[in-house]
Design a protein around this ligand. Structure first.
Ligand SMILES: O=P(O)(O)OC[C@H]1O[C@H](OP(=O)(O)OP(=O)(O)O)[C@H](O)[C@@H]1O
Ligand SMILES: Nc1ncnc2[nH]cnc12
Length: 166
């Protein structure tokens, strides 16, 4: 496990959940998974990523900070024994699965997805990880739809995001 250190110009001015950060300064700069990775000054053991686009953004973050990527796919994708959590979306129900043993009790986790809308998906991921004793430290996604108030469903976990879409 390694420590990801902020570079001088990037920390949470790029990947910010702080309301005082001007939106224009976020949107005028290039952004991507590596910038999410370098926004963190704490350490993580596991990076659980949510299918589908958490599978794109999670692995580069995990590689950048020397953590283990853990896929949380939709049903019937994992070959081994799994546990699951069901949840509601704006347009139906779904389920996230995780391999038994993929995460150990006490593992510090950063949950990654592309987008937070109602927060139901990230909430299900947090519940799944907490059931096996992981310490979910923070969530990260590229886009937040703030009008849907999804971050209120994150059980008090901080949310790091790059773009607010209103
Ligand atoms: O905050 P929520 O209201 O839970 O919504 C967010 C989720 O919705 C989208 O995925 P979707 O479930 O549509 O599946 P997809 O990845 O297959 O597009 C998005 O990628 C998030 O995972
Ligand atoms: N309202 C929304 N807009 C775009 N993507 C979404 N994924 C889930 N909810 C969404």
């Amino acid at each position: 496990m390694f420590r990801a250190t902020c570079w001088s110009d990037t920390p949470r001015s790029l990947a910010s959940s702080r309301p005082e950060t001007p939106k224009s300064s976020i949107l005028e700069r290039p952004f991507g998974a590596t910038q999410l990775a370098f926004a963190f000054t704490t350490t993580f053991v596991v990076i659980p990523g949510i299918e589908a686009r958490g599978f794109l953004f999670g692995p580069p973050i995990a590689l950048a900070i020397g953590a283990k990527f853990v896929p949380l796919p939709k049903p019937k994708k994992l070959p081994g024994e799994t546990i699951f959590e069901e949840y509601e979306l704006e347009y139906g129900n779904d389920r996230l699965e995780m391999h038994v043993g993929a995460v150990e009790a006490g593992d510090r986790a950063l949950v990654v997805d592309d987008l937070i809308a109602t927060g139901g998906t990230l909430c299900a991921a947090i519940n799944l990880l907490e059931r096996v004793g992981a310490e979910v430290v923070e969530c990260a996604c590229v886009i937040e739809l703030p009008e849907l108030q999804g971050r209120q469903r994150l059980k008090g976990k901080p949310l790091c995001m790059l773009v607010e879409y209103r």
